[in-house]
Write a protein that binds this ligand. Structure first.
Ligand code: B1M
Length: 210
């Protein structure tokens, strides 16, 4: 749809002043928030990431793109969260210790909240002690961890190891993701599942509660 292409384009190029109108137009034309995220914001940020990697754009351009996406997401958020619905599941979410990447994690959070999950977002650079503490307090059904650096992926394993030693009953279902994470790595560190993208993360959790 042309309007979703426009949203993708303006996000990539960081057109902060145009995004609000475009998102509102898309909604008025019948696009649902999921469509706008999956076909507008996510592909935009993927391309931004690739361009950054090739030195075609630099940190300021990339951060303006993320800011543009966040401005658009703010409009979608209230439309996605059904306040009346009982929470589908409680999720403790965070980017692991040493890792400050949060664009993908925030997309995961928004999409989870959109289907009625209660998300305790611990932010970035989350040490395993902090994950365990939050699990003890909130008693979530799901622990969701994100990592974008090969050097921080092992922090997921360290958290799982500590969690398993803590012998919580019931132990939350552990879902991991992030660009360098693979299904094989997830299995190796003892996670219950892996998701490739925000939409898949939500789908995999939804299946557990059907
Ligand atoms: Co960084 N960075 N970065 N960076 N950065 C990468 C990841 C990198 C691949 C770029 C590169 O050099 N080729 C590289 C990692 C190399 C590696 O480890 N193999 C890298 C590096 C090296 C670094 C620094 C070390 C650079 C430096 O300082 N020398 C540094 C580290 C800082 C730190 O974390 N301690 C650093 C810093 C930064 C910025 C601060 C500048 C910025 C982050 C801003 C922010 O997040 N607020 C940044 C960015 C933006 C990137 C790239 C360009 C884009 C990441 C992104 O946001 N993508 C990235 C290169 C790339 O990916 N092409 C790169 C868009 C986003 C929508 O995708 O995050 O993959 P993504 O999320 C997807 C999926 O992965 C998945 O769903 C999301 C949406 O569908 N997903 C999950 C994510 N979490 C999930 C959890 C799930 C399920 C799915 O379940 C729980």
């Amino acid at each position: 749809m042309a309007i979703l292409d426009d949203i993708k384009d303006r996000t990539m190029t960081g057109k902060l002043n145009e995004i609000e109108d475009l998102v509102n137009t898309a909604i008025n034309n019948g696009s649902n928030p999921d469509d706008i995220i999956q076909n507008g914001f996510i592909p935009a940020m993927e391309i931004v990431g690739q361009r950054f990697q090739k030195n075609e754009i630099y940190i300021p351009e990339m951060l303006v793109a993320a800011k543009t996406m966040n401005k658009g997401l703010e409009i979608l958020k209230p439309l996605m969260i059904n306040q009346e619905t009982k929470s589908l599941a409680t999720v403790v979410l965070g980017t692991v210790k040493g890792d400050l990447h949060d664009i993908g994690k925030n997309l995961v959070r928004i999409m989870m909240e959109g289907v009625g999950m209660k998300v305790i977002d611990l932010g970035t650079d989350v040490a395993h002690e902090k994950f365990i503490e939050a699990i003890k307090i909130h008693n979530p059904q799901i622990l969701a961890m994100s990592a974008l650096l090969t050097t921080t992926m092992p922090a997921m394993g360290a958290t799982i190891e500590t969690l398993k030693k803590t012998e919580l009953d019931p132990c939350p279902f552990i879902l991991v993701g992030g660009a360098p994470v693979t299904p094989e790595f997830a299995k190796q560190i003892g996670a219950d599942d892996y998701a490739d993208n925000a939409g898949e993360a939500v789908d995999k959790i939804k299946v557990l509660f059907q």
